[in-house]
Design a protein around this ligand. Structure first.
Ligand code: ACO
Length: 332
């Protein structure tokens, strides 16, 4: 429990994905690959892709509406909106557009960028605002439309990513359901995964050249990212469990960023967590970055698989590099 005596509880979830899907066979018409290769190396079979009309704001707002409704609240009850994303519709941030779309006039809203760790970083950020007594109800959304930034001629990356949004409502609670967390960053390994600004020289004056905005597509060293995830994720989960005064045996569900089934399996193996406790939906959606954890969470909550009080070890990892884990119990 925090010094203020205020705990937090995750009381609602929601999710939304674009209508159009692209399966591995169709993807094989775009790049030289196959369903067999992609499924064997990643576990991914299909992904959802946003049309130009389906903005990040649209799917994020839909996910948010589901979470607010499940929590039994209205948008006017929300004090703070945190949008974890790397693909905002507007570089200045998209959280305020979502606030307007929802009609959550009382809420302050901002974006948070920590790539595929964004949801876990956002959960911990939300908890700090609640534990200090500053806010009582936080809407946390993880949403990304990476399809806008993928090089669709690069078979090493385009097979991995999909678009989606997930959201949770986090509320002040007598009992603290966030049991432990650990967050990490290492900018020295930034080169392994990025979506970097690539300024084009623009002669503003004869003696003044500035850089004009454009971004290079996602670039990734797959093997290094794989090695990083398999090494660092078990470590950070163990640390969060230690802070929670729990052991791996206490974990009911392992909820990892849905990057690759091989990463999920390897982390489960290292932690000795059996496959039936590992939540996985990446076959249908691919890697949806900041959306992947709340999207998977919402599916298992709505299916009735996760019950109130179940202990979830969640871990996000990705660009930055960033990684982190949060151990929490579902519900009040
Ligand atoms: N289809 C067919 N063949 C392919 C494809 C493809 N889509 N992509 C690569 N290949 C080929 C390569 O050209 C190479 O051929 P070669 O041996 O003739 O040169 C061969 O397959 C092996 O390539 P590798 O890059 O070594 O393949 P690897 O086994 O490492 O698998 C993968 C690649 C799936 C990307 C893997 O490295 C991985 O999963 N890494 C983690 C990536 C990840 O999860 N990133 C996101 C996490 S962070 C975030 O979410 C933002």
């Amino acid at each position: 429990m925090s010094q203020s005596g205020i705990g937090i509880a995750v009381t609602g979830s929601g999710s939304a994905v674009p209508i159009h899907s692209l399966d591995n066979d169709k993807l094989s018409q775009i790049v030289d690959t196959s369903d067999e290769w992609i499924a064997a190396r990643t576990g991914i079979r299909s992904r959802r892709l946003a049309t130009p009309e389906e903005s990040l704001t649209t799917i994020a707002s839909q996910a948010a509406q589901g979470a607010i409704a499940m929590a039994g609240l209205t948008p006017m009850d929300v004090d703070l909106i945190i949008l974890a994303t790397s693909t905002a519709d507007d570089l200045f941030g998209s959280a305020c557009q979502i606030q307007a779309e929802l009609g959550a006039q009382k809420a302050v809203a901002f974006d948070l960028t920590a790539a595929c760790s964004g949801f876990v970083f956002g959960l911990v950020t939300a908890a700090q605002f609640i534990r200090t007594g500053a806010y009582r109800t936080v809407l946390l959304i993880g949403a990304d439309v990476l399809s806008r930034w993928v090089d669709w001629s690069d078979r090493r990356t385009c097979i991995l990513f999909g678009d989606g949004a997930g959201a949770v409502v986090i509320q002040a609670n007598d009992r603290d359901r966030l049991l432990g967390f650990e967050l990490r960053s290492d900018g020295t390994q930034n080169q392994y995964l990025n979506l970097a600004c690539q300024p084009q020289p623009y002669d503003l004056l004869e003696d003044l050249t500035i850089g004009r905005g454009s971004f290079q597509p996602i670039t990734m060293n797959g093997q290094e990212v794989y090695r990083f995830a398999v090494r660092r994720v078990p470590e950070v989960i163990e640390k969060a469990l230690f802070r929670a005064n729990l052991t791996v045996e206490d974990v009911d569900w392992l909820l990892l960023h849905q990057a690759n089934q091989r990463i999920l399996d390897a982390v489960g193996e290292r932690l000795h967590i059996p496959a039936e406790k590992i939540i996985s939906n990446l076959a249908s959606y691919g890697n949806t970055s900041a959306a992947s954890i709340p999207l998977a969470l919402d599916e298992v909550v709505r299916s009735g698989k996760i019950q109130p009080g179940d202990t979830i070890a969640a871990s996000g990892f990705g660009a930055g590099l960033t990684w982190g884990a949060a151990v929490f119990q579902w519900g009040r």
